[in-house]
Ligand binder design. Sequence first.
Ligand code: CA
Length: 647
Amino acid sequence: MFRKTLSLMMALSLLATACCPAALAEESTLYVKKVENLPEDFIFGMDASCVPALEASGVKYYNFDGQEEDVFKILADNGVNYIRVRVWNDPFDAEGNGYGGGNCDIGNAVAIGKRATQYGMKLLVNFHYSDFWADPSKQMVPKAWANMEIEEKTQAVYEYTRDCLIQLRDAGVDVGMVQVGNETNNLMCGERIWFNIQYLMQAGAKATREIFPDALVALHFANPEKGGSYLTYAKKMDYYQVDYDVFASSYYPYWHGSLENLAAVLSTVADMYGKKVMVMETSYAYTPEDTDFNGNTIGDGGAIVKNYPFTVQGQANNLRAITDTIVNKTPAGIGVVYWEGTWISVGGNSWEENSALWEKYGSGWASSFSAAYDPADAGKYYGGNAVDNQALFDRYGHPLESLKVFKLMREGNEIAPKADALEDVTLICDLNAPLELPATVNAVMTDDSRQAIPVEWNLTEEQREQMHTGGVKQYVVTGQAGGMEAKCYVSMVEYNYLTDYSFEEGGNGWTWTDLSKADELYVEDKATDSLTGSKHMHFWSAGANTVEFTLEQKVENLPAGKYKFTVSIMGGDAGQHEVYAYVKVDGETVGTAPMSITSYGNWDAGVVPEFDHPEGSEVIVGVYVRCEGAGNGAWGKIDDALLNSVK
Ligand code: CA
């Protein structure tokens, strides 16, 4: 099925090329707001570490004219000026089987570097100083360095870095930046203390200065959202006098806080320590769909922070926002690198077919062979590509329109905005009240503005009825708006029409009237004395006959119908007392329910089981309390008032 679609797509794209090649190259349907003050030499990087493994697996890349072409030329033609490549010391087992993730050794980096240089792009060499993935939680020492003390390991880092850089230099690769360690938040190369880590960083920097004196030395960290962490790292580097030029950060918008925060923390480091700063990794999903039978890190659902829709335009808008932040809100910001935007599906028709390719060529995130090195993680969960939906190429290797964003940010492409996606609607509906679905939904426009457009919901009378008789439950109602699928998440509930029903907002919406000068009558914050939550209405008074009050809420915007009122009380030392829940409609008491005060923790609920609320009438619900008092004075707590509809 995939193959068929592919040939149809190719035919269409060839047809389009034949009729108007110039127009295709020049125009874009992508809305791009110009990034002001964008320097000519601003770094637009692409991590393309997996490309050789993908090509070995059969992946082909196409340019915007639909012709197969070297992906590095395609990237260069579209405004990418830096290629980033990760380097693992020895990502192979004893039999020479690759661990996967592109089997990115220095040979892979040289091959990529030569192609980048051929098309006028600089190489950013990313040393992990590990045999496989290094990230904030995992910085495993390379096999060959496993038992080294810090002095020996420092020398090993120096020699290894130097040797790799010499290979790149001898191959004629234009190395513009060298990254010493990857996401080194407190860990690096098996070391866990900064006193040791700084030696390793110094060694990598020293080798870089010797072999590529004009290249920038970068250190790379993650989690800018963790308060104060970047300043701590920068202070450590300064204290140990680590020689580096660029303080770089990962920024995945789903996890890494706001752009405002990113700009603030990077600017602080830049200002205090005189460093250049940049985003070393970012990416964004263009679709929630998986394309290679290996589930993705990011998809629909869950608690994912989604600043933009998962569309090609959303992907471009995200990259544009990050670039604007680094250019205009982060002094000393020098670049943004997109992570593995070329890592697409290996293209097989089943998991089995793809798995064979991942195992053979290392084109998945990890192969089974990685168990030899990392048995606890990669060796257990090995498989394919979890980021194929964040690439800038589709599953067949054709560039997405979003690849044009690098170039378009320079001049802008502020075309008329169009509807690009729909915002989901969420509704809470009372089981006994009519379900009213909205007549419009918000379209997310290509310029990220919002516009309400009419929607047609797919909901039969029968389904509607079922929702009202099916009890407390959640439903997804779908519909059509602007040629797209709209979604309304409906929660059918026993709706409580009262405001601040449990006094957690301090009694918002409630009125209490002290009729006899009680010593204490207020909303108290004490979880152990509350029915639910941490707050309730509290009363106490020492003297006899000094407790008499009403606690009321006038209910606003209550739909006409039949309702039930419930409220609970507990207390003690009340002596002779009169306590009841009541309901007034247009000033007339239409129902009361007696309650009694006994002892601590014995909550008594007063229930007015049913009353009519005609259209346009005023409803007040409340509690009346009067205590003669005994011993130490009457006291009590009132909590959890419920006003529910009844059939
Ligand atoms: Ca996948």
